[in-house]
Design a protein around this ligand. Structure first.
Ligand code: GLU
Length: 297
């Protein structure tokens, strides 16, 4: 994998629901190091599509933190809440495969079709052939190929985790593109953004591994190139939860940036780097990242 990549565009795409913490720094660092190690561009995108979950000031705080940690992004920052017409246009291109759905979360859970790989209940297909009588359209869903068909099967090579696959109908089901609360869904927004930003390499946390097959499916439907994926392990709390603001993650200590960077590098298996300053840290970490990827294979 470490032969030179002719054209590399990577990105970091935080959801500004709070300040950057030790878990999000790992994803930021991995995507940054991979881009730099391949002489690529590293873009920044604010995933504030779910405005209800976005915290005031968090986007500015993340931008400030990245800069303070010595991570410089290329080009303008893409902001999802300012890109709504792009999601609308992409959804319109899926006409014929997208249908309105009037089912509530409870109805879907009660249908007992099964639990998707991401923990949500699999949609039983109730509104596939038209809204059931008496129902009002709440969300928009995209149809996935039927169970048992060859096109249901999505496979990709993860650069960290190796070959991954998912049976879309059986493990995900028809999924939401526009949510009942009116927001565009993450799956659609991320695919449109990655394509419009020309992203060739996605490096992100393993909590998104289960989303990748659905994203590849949308990329194929929309005629977008499929990026190369790498999912890094998640930083977890002592009781095994993903480290997040809800699970007590602290903001990074910008008075002491080097130990924060060293901790994230250690978590990525880059060892203890001898750097004594933030400026020294990055070239050493880049080198260690390339070596780490070689071991991973
Ligand atoms: N916004 C997502 C998050 O912060 C990341 C999306 C992605 O990298 O595809 O978890």
């Amino acid at each position: 994998m470490n032969h030179p990549v002719e054209h590399y565009v990577g990105r970091f795409a935080p959801s500004p629901s709070g300040p950057l913490h030790a878990g999000s720094l790992v994803a930021a660092m991995a995507s940054y190091l991979d881009a730099k190690a391949h002489d690529g561009r590293w873009l920044l995108r604010m995933e504030d599509i779910d405005e209800a979950r976005s915290a005031a000031g968090a986007a500015a705080d993340i931008v400030h933190t990245l800069a303070a940690l010595g991570m410089q992004w290329d080009g303008p920052i893409r902001v999802q809440s300012e890109s709504l017409p792009d999601y609308q246009a992409a959804c319109a291109r899926l006409d014929g495969l997208v249908y309105p759905c009037g089912c509530t979360r409870r109805e879907i859970a009660d249908s007992g079709v099964g639990i998707a790989a991401d923990g949500a209940a699999i949609y039983p297909g109730t509104c596939r052939a038209g809204l059931a009588p008496g129902k009002i359209a709440r969300a928009l869903r995209v149809r996935v190929p039927d169970a048992g068909t060859a096109s249901e099967f999505i496979q990709f090579e993860d650069r960290w985790l190796g070959r991954q696959s998912q049976y879309l109908a059986r493990e995900a089901g028809d999924f939401v593109l526009k949510r009942a609360d009116g927001y565009w869904a993450y799956q659609l927004a991320v695919v449109v953004d990655d394509a419009l930003q020309g992203v060739t390499h996605v490096v992100r946390g393993a909590d998104l591994l289960e989303s990748t097959a659905r994203q590849i499916y949308l990329q194929r439907l929309l005629g977008y190139p499929v990026p190369v994926y790498l999912h890094v392990p998640l930083v977890c709390t002592a009781d095994g939860e993903k480290l997040s603001k809800q699970h007590g993650a602290q903001a990074l200590d910008l008075q002491q940036p080097l130990p924060e960077l060293q901790r994230a590098a250690g978590f990525l298996g880059l060892g203890t780097l001898p750097a004594t300053s933030v400026a020294d840290f990055w070239p050493q970490a880049q080198q260690a990242w390339l070596q780490r990827l070689q071991q991973q294979r």
